[in-house]
Design a protein around this ligand. Structure first.
Ligand code: ATP
Length: 708
């Protein structure tokens, strides 16, 4: 007993020792970062300028250190907080965890994060990492962002829609806050609702202002950061804002190009993974691919190849990361690699910016990315694979060289690099804007065409999206959000068309079914059909399939999985239950990762609609009612069969085909609603349900009466 006690004591001490040495290492590491040498200068610049643009090499310490410098310089006095936005959830979470560790606190205390459906902050949080979309949602409740003294918009070069909208909004808040400060200096306690009216908003702004009447709001400091942004563009937009350059890089990254053009980049990536594994020194590999399906196919091929290696070389583990993966699975890539094992991470551009994945020494960059495009004439949005920009290539190589020197293998010849665009085309110029417009209107920007965008989206795209929102009933005659539908839609964090579907379903007693549908539609490929077991997979799919179409088929899958879980729930532990669900998925050729993600989304949105008080009913076996509800929700996406068996999209007039993955592929009903337009060699529609054409003028009279 005594010995055990002694041992226990020794191991606690060991633990303490380890902790102390880790803390010391972290402290030394922080001091060695390029930004550390300019801390005082940076703080001076922030004091002098309300808007500052900071450009510094990847890994120089911008994201993790600058918020801490600001905290130490007193920017969180009076209970104010520093908000740091990231374009991606995974970056917000992992960086917050790292900074909490550096500060020696639990995440959620002084340092926290907030992403859609997950808030790890408390009243003591002073440095808050979050997605740019989340800050926009916060602004709905607090239009002056009054709890923040500084907002840092990180990775601004990504130019996501949310970043662009946020920048325009922050510019406005800065102006208003400076004015509110002057007003409260001059006429303390006066009613400053003039500012409210100027913002063109209603009750929400007023109440928020009332809270601040008589209290000074300090000017909002805004910092825009990236390793690869066009500082001039941002500076001009913010009236000649100062740009500050942090010199120096932590570790070098050697760049390698191929001699010739690579015709099949996935094959090239696979070959390079194994070349690195067999020829290079220890260190983990990060390879960038374009999407879930591509990642899963390379994952399977790589796993087969590993089995064929000599025993001593099989120490290779493959870990995927893409946005449709549930958060805890995404975080697996950040776990330390066991000794003697080499980790290969197959990632989409989700791992391209901000993140530090411990152990990564090698990056493979095929030079492609899947991105959204939007054709405003046809109102059609699709995902297309594009070459990356130089900025993206730089960010990707920057994922190596964070813990020591690294190497980046670009899967294209050097001259190709110089032909790439400097920066990525802003998403706002190539996407459907209905979500943006809904958000702006909710923020009180009634005339969207007058909003001060960093770069204007195409007018036609604005009008097309406005039209869509009007047709969905989100906008009233006066151009404001309709009451209650528009306001409700703005509260649900989904695409407007899906938010509307939930509202319609709540009125038709089938919200339970629509919640499942929307969750399943929010993930990629529920079914998988391995080439070697095609017939077996098809037979299984048939057992779930509904003659009405894909939406009911997806519901069948979801409900069967739930039934299975309910049966097993009493006899198995949580861990075993997860395992047996994976087995069930495998037997049924269901993608277990996608199903898990859909279940996650389902429970999150369910909580949301419950909070909103929407009645959660099921239509039971009355599938006709549900199909009518689908038609009432997705009436903007209707296609009708043509004599030659192809389909015509009613909204755009475009000729399309039913995607081969649909259960209606061979049945070819006369009239269908669909949820996705996919453009490969052909134009396909996906996720389809048959409807009766006559329902349309009854369920969407404004649109169809007008059309006919
Ligand atoms: N989670 C982590 N684990 C280990 N080291 C980390 C972690 N996060 C950051 N670091 C270390 O801190 C350094 C600075 O990271 P930081 O994210 O602040 O740089 P950055 O300048 O913002 O880079 P980028 O422009 O690529 O986002 C990294 O190079 C790495 O050495």
């Amino acid at each position: 007993m005594e010995r055990q006690g002694l041992n226990a004591k020794v191991s606690t001490n060991d633990c303490k020792g380890e902790n102390i040495s880790r803390k010391r290492k972290i402290a030394e590491h922080r001091k060695s970062l390029p930004v550390a040498s300019v801390e005082n200068l940076l703080i001076q610049e922030v004091h002098r300028n309300n808007t500052l643009i900071i450009v510094g090499e990847t890994g120089s310490g911008k994201t993790t250190q600058i918020p801490q410098f600001l905290f130490n310089a007193g920017f969180c006095r009076d209970g104010k907080a520093i908000g740091v936005t990231q374009p991606r959830r995974v970056a917000a979470v992992t960086v917050a965890k790292r900074v909490a560790e550096e500060c020696g606190v639990e995440v959620g205390q002084k340092v926290g994060y907030s992403i859609r459906f997950e808030d790890v902050t408390s009243s003591s949080t002073r440095i808050k990492y979050m997605t740019d979309g989340l800050l926009l949602r916060e602004a709905l409740l607090d239009p002056y962002l009054s709890r923040y003294s500084v907002i840092i918009v990180d990775e601004a070069h990504e130019r996501t829609v949310n970043t662009d909208v946020l920048l325009g909004f922050l510019k406005k808040v800065q102006k208003t806050r400076s004015r509110s400060l002057n007003d409260s200096f001059n006429t303390r306690n006066t009613n400053i609702s003039g500012l409210v009216l100027e913002n063109g908003n209603n009750g929400k702004y007023v109440s928020s202002l009332r809270q601040h009447r008589g209290r000074k709001l300090p000017p909002l400091k805004l910092i825009i950061m990236s390793a690869s942004l066009d500082a001039r563009l941002f500076s001009e937009y913010f009236g000649g804002a100062r740009a500050f350059r942090v010199q120096g890089r932590q570790y070098p990254v050697a760049i390698f190009y191929t001699r010739k053009h690579v015709s099949d980049y996935s094959e090239g990536t696979l070959i390079t993974i194994f070349q690195i594994h067999l020829e290079e020194s220890p260190g983990d590999i990060l390879a960038f691919l374009t999407g879930q399906e591509e990642i899963e196919s390379i994952e399977n091929l790589a796993k087969d190849k590993i089995q064929k290696l000599p025993e001593s070389k099989r120490n290779l583990v493959i870990i995927p990361i893409y946005s449709a993966l549930p958060s805890e699975q995404q975080l697996r890539v950040f776990a330390p690699t066991p000794p003697g094992v080499r980790k290969v991470i197959l990632a989409t551009n989700i791992a391209e910016t901000s993140v530090t994945i411990p152990g990564i020494k090698y990056v493979i960059d095929p030079g492609f990315v899947k991105a959204r495009t939007y054709d405003p004439n046809k109102g059609m949005e699709s995902l297309i694979v594009f070459p990356t920009s130089k900025a993206q290539a730089l960010q990707r190589s920057g994922r190596a060289g964070r813990e020591g020197p690294g190497k980046c293998f670009r899967q294209y010849p050097e001259d190709m690099f110089y032909k790439l665009e400097d920066s990525t085309k802003p998403e706002i110029k190539r996407c459907n804007l209905s979500n943006v417009i809904l958000q702006l209107k909710a923020l009180g920007v009634d005339n969207v065409t007058e909003f001060d965008f960093l770069e204007e989206p195409p007018r036609q795209a604005i009008f097309k999206s406005l039209e869509q929102l009007i047709l969905l009933g989100a906008i009233a005659n006066d151009g404001k959000l309709s009451d209650p539908v528009g306001h409700q839609m703005a509260r649900i964090p989904l695409d407007p068309i899906y938010s509307k579907a939930l509202i319609v379903a709540s009125q038709s007693n089938c919200l339970e079914e629509m919640l499942i549908t929307v969750s399943m539609l929010s993930v990629e490929s529920i079914f998988y059909h391995p080439r070697e077991k095609l017939e077996e997979a098809r037979a299984k799919m048939k057992s779930f399939s509904s003659p009405e179409g894909d939406h009911l088929t997806l519901i069948n899958v979801y409900q069967s999985a739930e039934e299975f879980l309910n049966k097993k729930k009493l006899e198995l532990s949580k861990e075993k239950l997860e395992k047996s669900l994976r087995k069930w998925c495998k037997e049924n050729f269901i993608n277990s990762r996608s199903l898990r993600h859909a279940r996650d989304i389902h429970s999150q949105i369910r909580r949301h609609v419950e909070q909103m008080g929407l009645p959660l009913h099921s239509c039971g076996d009355d599938m006709l009612q549900f199909c009518r509800c689908l038609a009432a929700s997705f009436f903007l996406n209707v296609a009708t069969k043509q004599p030659d068996g192809t389909y015509r999209d009613c909204a755009s007039g475009e000729m399309v085909q039913i995607h081969p993955s649909s259960v209606l592929f061979r049945k070819k009903p006369d009239c269908v609603i669909f949820n996705e337009f996919v453009q490969t060699n052909h134009k396909y529609i996906r996720n389809i349900t048959r409807i009766d054409r006559l329902w349309l003028s009854e369920l969407a009279p404004n649109y169809y009466a007008l059309k006919s």
